[in-house]
Design a protein around this ligand. Sequence first.
Ligand SMILES: [Zn+2]
Length: 133
Amino acid sequence: MSRPTPHPSPVSRPFWDACARHELVLQRCAACSAAVFYPRPGCPACGSTRLEWEPASGSGTLYSYTVARRATHRKLADRVPYVIAIVELDEGPRLTSTVVGTDVDALTIGARLQVDFEDDETVSFPVFRVVAP
Ligand SMILES: [Zn+2]
C-alpha cells in the first residue's frame, strides 16, 4: 500500500524510528512535565529545550474527523473513503491520523481508539482502531 511518505527531520526521526518498532512515543518536557506532540525542539508550554522521548499509551479519543470520499493525494486514491482524524491522546496532545477497520459512517466523536501501525515500503504509519464506540 503506497501513500505519501514523511521525510523525518533530526527532530522527528525518533518518532518515526519508534513507529518502525510499532511503538508510539511522545516528547515530555523535563522542566514542566508537559506532553508534547508534534515533535519539536522546544516545549510549547515553557520554552525549555529539555524534551525527552517516552512511550505513549497509544490510547485516545476521537476528537474530530472528516471522511475523505475523494482522495486528498493521488497516492491515497485506492483508500477512499478514508477517515482524516484528530485523535486526542490520553496524554493530552492531539495527533492527526486515520481510523481504520471500521465503517466510516458509523464513527462517533468521543469513540475510544487504540493505535496500530500500517507498514509501507519504507515507513510505518500510526493509525487508530475503534475499541469502544
Ligand atoms: Zn515545558
